[in-house]
Write a protein that binds this ligand. Structure first.
Ligand code: 3H9
Length: 712
């Protein structure tokens, strides 16, 4: 194995082997190409260029990573005077008469792959992954990626413009490719089983002084393919801004020569990096990575390994949770005393995996494995040795306490006992056991095997090891784990109640359910609050309302009226809307409009005809933001970004607005605060500005806003 480590503290290691200079990126954890690292790399490239004894240069990474791309932290900083970016590195390689080889062990993403694409050859290992994920940050590749990848793939895969399609798809999806497909597509030239740097040095020696530049390739893109691509991505104002710009940049790879193409790419990149969708996506990137950082917990605390899991209740939620474990390779037993329910659960699991096979998402063997990983039983003795048990029974405190008391006796002493409750008091549930330090809330969202959010609810006595294990488990289950304090409804539903409250008040004042839902969809949610209520079940909301703590302001009774009429939502064919059998599309229902008008009359409210979409969006969103601020002040949510993650991953809040708290910053917290103070006078005393909202209004924002001067 060649020794290519950097000197301690150096961001780039440099060694010469057989006339080949090996430059090793050493900026842990992911060798991000920060301004500093790019400057150091450029300096080493210039030194190699100046040395006549060097015929070829190998660029590689350390610690199992090539590079995670440009340093995203730099996006929020002003550029350092004289600091160089990954774009300068790529330009230097492009200018060079020497041979460059990328030795890619691990991932080469974004700017990392762009450096590799600027090289003449790319060698991988079985652990290689290559990708241009910039789109996920609301950006396009900005260091030649949009110009080189289409040229390379179109040349390697000329049949039916297949290579162009590959390039479009890879950059529009932003998903990395593993070594084998990357080799098949022609992104990497060779997969090396042994020492990839040694092989790169040998190749460098052999090819020294020859060039194999992608930039020199000429390609064609048929205009209908461009039009088709524009038609397949979301509209510019619905999260598709960067996607349309990306297609424009890719088109330039065919229309323009390389020099003009990269200039076009750079101009688009500059436009995007200052755009709100990109800033929102970058905020979300860091918010997501903060989620696992829990202040106050010892940093050396290790999570317990979860080898066996159990779920109590074979309903839709229980079996959904069981499948999440099976998908993560953790065997799971589902306990249900009702044989018919267990049978339905078993069928649900089998059908779900069969449909995955049918859709081509899974092969039969894997589906069989997953089905076999979910066992069903009717008594707790089957789960005595489980490391974690998740209760997913009916949402009633009495029933949950009974289940926990029984589990406490039946399951091994160090097992975690978790509740999937969506609202109830974890402390009271824990009080039914002799191990409150092992009791936690794990609130999955329906459908559990699809939704990404997992609220981890910390009770007053939940132990640090239980929290750390639950957060690590969330990651293993491929969920976004967000820690919440123990308040009724936790973070997500607690904010939801205020949002729905305002939507209902808007109905009483003169809006229709369709008008409210359309306005909220116009903001970017996939569905409005009333279609969502119909989907979740009006009966479910009604029962939650019975357990909710009392408030000192009036609540709308519209949902109660619908509940009394048996209009529970989609499951009964009618709720706020009606549904044709087997269809999910909400239809306007005049009966509901009559019920609403009767409620307005009963309350003596004169219905208005001047309610605008803007008023609907502002009232619903400001309610979300204010309750989010309340939860921050109460210590229920750790950070505004945690609340943003909850709403984006659990409730369909449009990512390009960055989550409710981030959106509030973009609107101006002071504006929101002033409006709420006014509404308290005009709309009623339920509008109480949260102390944390007032504080943020004074400070200017909930989170610091990024500086966008980078990469100009
Ligand atoms: C770009 O390249 C633009 C160019 O086209 C043009 C420029 C002109 N920068 O996710 P993890 C940190 S845009 C800074 O928990 P994993 C991350 O914050 C960039 N930091 O680990 C975290 O820090 P902390 C295109 C980064 O193993 C730590 O690394 N590239 C970067 O689950 C571990 O991260 C991307 O979009 C970065 N680029 O996943 C790649 N990447 O420990 C984005 C990571 O303090 N990154 N960090 O919380 C990823 O997709 C994943 O982080 C990765 C590792 C797959 C790399």
């Amino acid at each position: 194995m060649l020794d290519t480590q950097a000197r301690p503290g150096a961001l780039v290691g440099a060694d010469t082997h057989d006339g080949v200079r090996v430059l090793t990126l050493t900026n842990p954890p992911v060798n991000a190409l920060s301004f500093k690292t790019s400057t150091a790399l450029l300096r080493e490239i210039e030194a190699a260029e100046a040395d006549p004894a060097i015929g070829a240069v190998v660029i590689t990474g350390s610690n199992g990573f090539f590079s995670g791309g440009a340093d995203i932290n730099d996006f929020q900083k002003a550029p350092e005077p004289g600091g160089k970016s990954v774009r300068d590195v790529v330009a230097a390689i492009e200018r060079s008469p020497k041979t460059y080889i990328a030795a890619i062990d691990g991932s080469a993403l974004g700017g990392g792959l762009e450096v590799a694409l600027a090289c003449d050859y790319r060698l991988g290992t079985p652990a290689t992954k290559v990708g241009l994920p910039e789109i996920l940050l609301g950006l396009i590749p900005g260091a030649g990626g949009t110009q080189r990848l289409p040229r390379l793939l179109a040349t390697k895969n000329p049949m039916n413009f297949g290579g162009i399609q590959m390039a479009l798809q890879m950059m529009l999806e932003g998903k990395p490719k593993d070594a084998k497909p990357a080799k098949g597509m022609g992104i990497i030239d060779e997969i090396v089983e042994g020492d990839v740097v040694a092989r790169a040095v040998a190749l460098g020696k052999e090819k020294a002084g020859t060039k194999n530049r992608i930039s020199a390739l000429k390609i064609k893109i048929p205009p209908p393919m461009v039009a088709l691509a524009h038609g397949m991505v979301p509209p510019e104002d619905r999260g598709g801004f960067a996607a349309h710009k990306l297609i424009d940049a890719i088109e330039a790879a065919a229309d323009l020569d390389y020099a003009h193409g990269v200039a076009r790419e750079a101009r688009i990149f500059r436009e995007l990096i200052t755009s709100l969708p990109s800033q929102s996506a970058v905020h979300l990137f860091f918010a997501e990575r903060e989620l696992g950082k829990i202040p106050g917990l010892a940093t050396d605390l290790k999570p317990k390994t979860i080898e066996k899991a159990a779920v109590i209740g074979a309903g839709t939620m229980g079996t959904g949770i069981a499948m999440v474990f099976a998908n993560a390779g953790i065997p799971v037993s589902v306990i249900d005393v009702n044989p018919e329910q267990a049978e339905r659960g078993r069928k649900n699991v089998a059908d779900t995996y069969a449909s995955q096979v049918k859709k081509g998402r899974m092969n039969e063997e894997k589906a069989k494995e997953r089905v076999a990983a979910v066992q069903f039983a009717d008594a707790y003795d089957a789960i005595a040795d489980a490391d974690i048990v998740i209760e997913a029974v009916f949402e009633s405190m009495a029933i949950k306490k009974e289940v926990f008391a029984a589990l406490d006796k039946a399951v091994k002493k160090d097992a975690i006992l978790a509740s999937n409750t969506s609202t109830l008091d974890i402390d009271e549930i824990a009080s039914a056991t002799s191990r409150p330090e092992k009791v936690v809330g794990l609130h999955f969202f329906a459908p559990a095997n699809v939704m990404q959010l997992l609220e981890v609810v910390r009770g007053a006595k939940t132990g640090p090891e239980t929290i750390v294990t639950s957060m690590a488990l969330a990651k293993k289950l491929k969920k976004k784990g967000v820690l919440s304090g123990n308040a009724f409804g936790f973070i997500g539903n607690r904010m939801l109640f205020d949002y729905v409250r305002e939507a209902l008040f808007l109905l009483e004042e003169g809006a229709t359910p369709m008008q409210v839902d359309n306005a909220i969809k116009g903001f970017g949610f996939p569905m409005g609050p009333f279609a969502m209520s119909d989907l979740s079940g009006i009966d479910v909301f009604y029962k939650i309302a019975q357990e909710a703590p009392k408030v000192d302001y009036r609540q709308s009774e519209i949902s109660h009226r619908l509940y009394e009429l048996g209009r529970y939502g989609q499951k009964t064919g009618s709720g706020f809307f009606t549904y044709e059998p087997g269809k999910r599309e909400p239809q306007r229902d005049e009966e509901v409009e009559r019920i609403v008008a009767a409620e307005s009359a009963r309350l003596g409210i004169t219905r208005r005809t001047d309610i605008t979409d803007e008023e609907i969006v502002n009232r619903c969103m400001y309610a979300l933001v204010n309750e989010g601020a309340q939860l921050l002040g109460d210590g229920i949510a750790l950070r505004p970004g945690d609340e943003d993650a909850v709403w984006i991953f659990g409730y369909g809040f449009p990512w390009y607005h960055g989550g409710p708290m981030w959106w509030a910053d973009t609107v101006g917290v002071k504006k929101i605060y002033d409006q709420i103070v006014t509404w308290r006078e005009t709309l009623g005393k339920h509008w109480v500005p949260a102390p944390r909202l007032e504080e943020a209004a004074k400070n200017g924002s909930f989170s610091p806003r990024p500086n966008t001067g980078a990469f100009n």
